[in-house]
Design a protein around this ligand. Structure first.
Ligand code: NAD
Ligand code: DAU
Length: 353
């Protein structure tokens, strides 16, 4: 069972899981503004994908789904995920990321207790979290490792930190077999254009300003989404219980460098008349509490589970720009808001996707 599987990383995970393992996925997603079942269009009519629209915080629904489908693992992607939105409206973040995760854990615990001994042994709850729980690094600080103390700075990061702590507590107190992953910034296909890379690609193509917060020198450690999905699959099958694994791309870049690279790729692939895309760059007021630098030390997952980031950032960024150029229908559905009507336009029942 996957939660939040219609979002950016969740939908990439579902597509990869079915392609790589041939297994069946029960996908529980509330379909907030960030959920887009159009991401899973290629699975239409495929009985290995069962979609249910619902909230991880709806205990009754989760109880019924667990009893009916009897999953052998739960991978929890469901969350409010955008830092800027958490600054303007933190309540939804507390509700889904903290209260929702708590409710999901509690229902999972009851379900797990009722399993046969060999099923209990095999069961896993994998919680997908972020490097933002560790706070901000100075220019010379060593990268975050699994023992770095938590110091979340935004309401988003604080809500994810709280959910990580609840997962930890359900393992230590009740023995629930959990694994947590903390990953750096993802990029790739199907990312909602509120996040830096797709926002810049789509604004540039529309001839709109490219808003860089502050001086543009904040640093993020970029990882191609499908490398993240592979790390999650490994942590799920081989991760040690109660452990956390950091996942990152060893690809630190300043925001301004990332945006200039996007502009260069677009200049080549879709040249515009007059000045190049970089002329659209516009420095704007900084994000409040903006973390300066993130960097992940992913030595533990590399050593213990044999994971390695496969995609080089420059190649991955180019492929990502190419993906947005090659998928104007997806872009238009997102831009027009039609993606939110996708279920009602394409399906008669929500559980038949
Ligand atoms: P996203 O915002 O694209 O997708 C979130 C999905 O969760 C959406 O489909 C949404 O409809 C669903 N959802 C939200 N509230 C829900 C609820 N109450 N019940 C059920 N479904 C709900 O997010 P994403 O970027 O794909 O991130 C997925 C997870 O990975 C999040 O937990 C996030 O914190 C974590 N993460 C993201 C990144 C990143 O760079 N995007 C990096 C590290 C960790
Ligand atoms: O580090 C992992 C986190 O990465 C995830 O946990 C979050 O879910 C995900 O949203 C992402 O958080 P960021 O805040 O780093 O991502 P975002 O794309 O919003 O911003 C990346 C950087 O770019 C950040 O320093 C802010 C800056 N930025 C962002 C936007 C949207 C701009 O300068 N201009 C913009 O318009």
């Amino acid at each position: 069972m996957v939660t939040g599987g219609a979002g950016f990383i969740g939908s990439n995970f579902v597509l990869d899981w079915i392609a790589e393992t041939g297994g069946t996925v029960l996908n529980l997603d509330k379909l907030t503004y960030a959920g887009n079942v159009g991401n899973l269009k290629s699975l239409q009519g495929d009985s290995r994908h069962i979609f249910v629209q619902g909230d991880i915080g709806d205990g009754e629904l989760v109880r019924r789904l667990l009893a009916e489908h009897r999953p052998r693992a739960i991978v929890n992607f469901a969350a409010e995920s955008h830092v800027d939105r958490s600054i303007h409206g933190p309540a939804d973040f507390v509700q889904t990321n903290v209260v929702g995760t708590f409710s999901l854990l509690d229902e999972t615990y009851r379900y797990w207790q009722g399993l046969k001994p060999e099923e209990r042994e095999r069961f896993r709850f994998l919680h997908v979290s972020t490097d933002e729980v560790y706070g901000s690094l100075g220019p010379e600080d060593p990268a975050f490792c699994e023992t770095t103390p938590y110091a979340p700075n935004s309401p988003y990061a604080a809500s994810k930190a709280a959910s990580d702590h609840l997962v930890r507590a359900y393992h230590h107190t009740y023995g629930l077999p959990t694994v947590t992953t903390n990953c750096s910034n993802n990029y790739g296909p199907y990312q909602f254009p509120e996040k830096l890379i797709p926002l810049m690609i789509l604004n540039a193509l529309a001839g709109k300003p490219l808003p860089i917060y502050g001086d543009g020198l904040n640093v993020r450690d970029w990882l191609y989404v499908r490398d993240h999905c592979e790390g999650i699959r490994l942590a799920l099958t081989k991760g040690r219980l109660g452990e956390t694994y950091n996942i990152g791309g060893r690809s630190e870049r300043s925001n301004i460098d990332v945006v200039r690279s996007v502009c260069r790729i677009l200049d080549e692939l879709r040249p515009r008349t007059g000045a190049g895309y970089a002329s659209l760059i516009s420095f704007v007021k900084d994000r409040p509490g903006h973390d300066r630098r993130y960097a992940i030390n992913c030595g533990k997952i590399e050593r213990e589970l044999g994971w390695l980031a496969g995609k080089d950032f420059d190649a991955g960024l180019r492929e990502t720009v190419e993906w947005y150029l090659a998928n104007p229908e997806w872009v238009e559905n997102v831009r027009s808001g039609n993606y939110q009507r996708w279920v009602e336009l394409n399906y008669t029942t929500r559980e038949s996707l």
